[in-house]
Design a protein around this ligand. Structure first.
Ligand SMILES: [Zn+2]
Length: 50
């Protein structure tokens, strides 16, 4: 199964804090997850970016 590598970008400061693999056929929608942002030292919403 082909998997795509996506970046998760902090919507607050724009840092690319995480990378993840995702199958776009199973999850065609853009991911939006709450994750820890090290540069802000708090949990923020991270959005998928190509
Ligand atoms: Zn941030």
């Amino acid at each position: 199964m082909p998997r795509d590598r996506v970046k998760l970008v902090c919507t607050s400061c724009g840092e690319e804090n995480y990378h993840t693999d995702k199958n776009k056929k199973l999850h065609p929608d853009k991911m939006e997850v709450k994750k820890y942002c090290p540069s802000e030292r708090k949990y923020t919403v991270h959005k998928e970016k190509k």
